[in-house]
Unconditional design. Structure first.
Length: 69
């Protein structure tokens, strides 16, 4: 079964005045798992070591049934 994990990233970008400004952007990941809980855990494990702050916003079952290689 496949799940879509929606992740929100927060990046601090330097401004011309010497301060920083937060920039948020979202990404979606397709995760193969047996449950939503497992898909979220795999997402977190896959993002280990990321230097940006992130938050898993949503995990839902994908309509994709199979991937052919």
């Amino acid at each position: 079964m496949y799940y879509v994990s929606k992740v929100k990233y927060t990046e601090n970008i330097p401004t011309k005045g010497g301060g920083t400004k937060e920039k948020n952007f979202n990404r979606e990941y397709l995760v193969e798992a047996l449950s939503c809980t497992e898909a979220e855990a795999k997402t977190v494990k896959g993002l280990e070591g990321t230097i940006l702050d992130y938050e898993v916003k949503e995990v839902k079952q994908s309509r994709i049934e199979e991937v052919f290689e």
